[in-house]
Ligand binder design. Structure first.
Ligand code: S3P
Length: 448
């Protein structure tokens, strides 16, 4: 879907306490990959716990356009009848990935080494985001690309007829770029090698192994090298998608800042390449515990318990932690506003090319809520006011960005005056049950 229909203005009023259990939906990253790898496998992949957010639904639709049979049997319960590596059909129409950078970049990689042509587009947010970080390495396989200036969508990819394997050093820490190359490497002969200086989320590598591909990871002093052997026969799998740590961040952080709260968020995937926020919150003095730690479907999982924390302190968040919490800086900056002293987030320039420029979006909204911030290209600083001390009383722009919209609504649950967002519509891309789930815990949300 391009665009999001009419804006849905929303307001969060101060909540008395948030209590209960918050069952957040499936992991967005894992859900995209389950559909895409399912489509590239032979036979029927069964998926439980699939996130039914718009981003993932757009990927499901795209996989159908490339020839896979994708079926929903019950909520969260899906199957994908794959066409095999190199078996993608040419889509009859433009592939619209809506708001999803992960969707479009991974799908570009998956089709880039098949002799077919596909045109991609997305909503106003996605059409602003850089695609050359993916199409540059894909061109090394022999893929041709025609797009708008600056490597923006809409863009047409002509898949390589005789792909050659690639050796590529990823210039920015990005799991999307790494994954696009690995997926393209599947239909190239020989070994495709990706080098990343900083480890990013490794769901693609884990899932590829689960489907039977040969994936080798070597960790060296400068970073890690990931090698995939091309032309495997991927075998259909059963995949249980863990709950999303990036969605869990919202009820967890709300509980930390709303007085009297005690919230359990069960079954959260805590892959170390995703769990940086939780380490950061603990360093800030959050009353946050992991219960019942276990492994599910090859991913570490725990139940998170978060309680109101009136002694949060600002900290320095080191740049090397950024890849493991890249989507969590918007909500962290809200928690930082309720901590005492300054929180400095370093090495965060990638936030400027997410669904919105997330540094600018958070800076302007927090200022409007009475919080002092500082920013430069790569650093974001929030001067915390302490528990209960954020004035609020503003309407913040969500800029077609689900995480910005949710972050400001959480901010309003603990601020003196209500906080509104101009459009809560984008929340449906990743967390369609955000509103009822937070209300069930005791949040006072209103569509205005
Ligand atoms: C994702 C990777 C990250 C993240 C995005 C999901 C993925 O993006 O921000 O929400 O599933 O691979 P980058 O690869 O651009 O860092």
């Amino acid at each position: 879907m391009s665009g999001h229909g009419d804006p849905i203005p929303m307001t969060a009023h101060k909540a008395s306490a948030l209590t209960g259990t918050a069952e957040v939906p499936g992991d967005k990253s894992v859900s995209h990959r389950a559909l895409i790898l399912g489509a590239m496998a032979v036979g029927e992949t069964k998926i439980t716990g699939l996130l039914e957010g718009q981003d993932v639904l757009d990927t499901a639709k795209a996989m159908r356009a490339f020839g896979a049979e994708v079926t929903q049997h019950a909520p969260g319960n899906w199957s994908v009848h794959g066409v095999g590596v190199g078996g993608f059909a040419e889509p009859e129409d433009v592939i619209d990935c809506g708001n999803s950078g992960t969707g479009v970049r991974l799908i570009m990689g998956a089709m880039a080494t098949s002799p077919i042509t596909a045109t991609f587009t997305g909503d106003a947010s996605l059409r602003k985001r850089p695609m050359s970080r993916v199409t540059d390495p894909l061109s090394m396989f022999g893929t041709q690309t025609v797009g708008r200036s600056g490597g923006r969508l809409p863009m047409t990819l002509i898949g390589a007829e005789d792909p050659i394997p690639v050796l590529y050093e990823v210039p920015v820490p990005s799991a999307q770029v790494k994954s696009a190359i690995l997926l393209a490497g599947l239909n190239a002969p020989g070994q495709t090698v990706v080098f990343e200086a900083e480890a990013t989320r490794d769901h693609t590598e884990r899932m590829l192994r689960g489907f039977g591909a040969e994936v080798r990871v070597e960790v060296g002093e400068r970073g890690q090298t990931i090698t995939v052997t091309g032309e495997p026969e991927l075998e259909a799998q059963s995949i249980a998608v863990p709950r999303d740590p990036s969605s869990a961040a919202f009820p967890v952080c709300a509980a930390l800042i709303v007085e009297g709260s005690d919230v359990l968020v069960p079954g959260i995937g805590l892959n170390p390449t995703r769990a940086g926020l939780y380490q950061t919150l603990r360093e800030m003095g959050a009353n946050l515990t992991f219960e019942n730690e276990r492994e599910e479907g090859g991913e570490p999982v725990a139940d998170l318990r978060a309680k109101f924390s009136d002694k949060l302190v600002g900290i320095d968040v080191p740049p090397e932690r950024a890849p493991s919490m890249i989507d969590e800086y918007p909500i962290l900056s809200v928690v930082a506003a309720y901590a005492k002293g300054k929180t400095v987030m370093r090495g965060v320039k990638e936030l400027r090319v997410k669904e919105s420029d997330r540094i600018d979006a958070m800076a302007r909204g927090l200022e409007a809520c009475g919080v002092k911030v500082e920013e430069d290209e790569d650093t974001f600083t929030v001067h915390g006011l302490g528990a209960g001390n954020v004035p609020g009383g503003a309407t913040c722009e969500s800029r077609l960005d689900h995480r910005i919209a949710m972050s400001f609504l959480i901010c309003g649950m603990a601020s003196k005056k209500p906080v509104s967002v101009d459009d809560g519509g984008p929340i449906a891309t990743s967390f369609p049950i955000f509103e009822p789930l937070m209300e069930e815990l005791g949040a006072k949300l209103e569509r205005t």
